[in-house]
Write a protein that binds this ligand. Structure first.
Ligand code: SF4
Ligand code: SF4
Ligand SMILES: [Zn+2]
Length: 267
């Protein structure tokens, strides 16, 4: 696609200048979806050649959002804020009050959960975890210094461990903090994923599925444990991807995505 292509690559309609600069299609959602499907398949084929993967079509395609934050030592000031949050949550738990957690920032669908869906078998559940690892936990950036933990969650943890004092519960949560985490993301988001055991995580963390993960989950529910190809997109561009199966994760970044973007023509 160049700025000289004047017609939608799918339906053939004449494109405006703005549409030509944005991509190969008109604004029709069917045209955009078809073009995205083609672009994803082309990327998967290109990545498979680079990575020496023989049967790329065996890897279920889905799109995940992009996050690019460095991994840094978890700053003391962030640990202090999280500690203060835990103390407030424990106090709320003692008063029988609800989740003293700020509303999540960012995409509106961050509060969507897996609620109501039948649990998947173990192999499929492991693959879903691999998918999030391939994405590097974009949605976890919203966990900041609260990790979505509130009074109700802390109350459940304390009820499950009646021998523990509230101070011990707080100390347990603090003990799972990683040495290093993604800058300004959830305090528990370490370089190899969440360091907090599932049983201690907020319900939202255990239930949330972004749109891409939902589509992969539907695929797993229908076809069983299938390896995946998570394609990371931002601003309608493919940034990179990761192929994964139960045991292995291989990343690919096209050369074009590593280079600065070319200037766009106004003609
Ligand atoms: S649900 Fe998983 S795949 Fe989706 S944004 Fe969050 S970490 Fe990434
Ligand atoms: S506790 Fe774990 S799953 Fe929840 S937001 Fe933080 S890193 Fe993500
Ligand atoms: Zn079209």
């Amino acid at each position: 696609m160049t700025l000289l292509d004047r017609n939608c690559a799918v339906c053939g309609a004449r494109l405006t200048l703005h549409q030509r600069a944005r991509g190969p299609t008109c604004d029709g959602w069917r045209c955009r979806e078809r073009a995205l499907g083609h672009a994803l398949e082309a990327h998967r084929a290109e990545a498979a050649v680079a990575l020496g993967i023989e049967r790329p079509a065996d890897y279920a395609l889905f799109v995940v959002p992009r996050t690019e934050r460095p991994v840094v030592p978890l700053p003391a000031r962030r640990k202090r804020r999280f500690h203060a949050h835990l103390r407030r949550a424990v106090a709320a738990a003692a008063r029988g009050e609800g989740e003293a957690v700020p509303a999540p920032e960012g995409p509106a669908d961050v509060s969507e959960g897996e609620g109501g869906l039948a649990p998947l078998p173990e192999a499929e559940t492991r693959l879903l975890g691999q998918a999030c690892a391939a994405c590097r936990g974009t949605c976890c950036r919203h966990g900041r210094e609260h990790a979505f933990l509130g009074g109700l969650r802390l109350a459940r943890t304390l009820a499950a461990h009646p021998e523990a004092t509230p101070e011990q519960a707080v100390a347990t949560y603090l003990a799972y903090l990683p040495e290093e985490s993604f800058e300004d993301a959830c305090v528990y988001q370490g370089p190899r994923g969440c360091t907090l055991p599932r049983a201690l995580r907020a319900d939202l963390c255990n239930a949330y599925l972004c749109a891409g993960l939902k589509s992969y989950r539907r695929h797993l529910a229908r076809h069983g444990p299938t390896p995946g190809c998570a394609v990371v997109r931002e601003d309608n561009r493919i940034a990179r991807s990761a192929f994964f199966d139960a045991g292995r994760l291989r990343r690919y970044e096209p050369a074009a995505a590593r280079c600065p973007r070319p200037p766009t023509s106004s003609g």
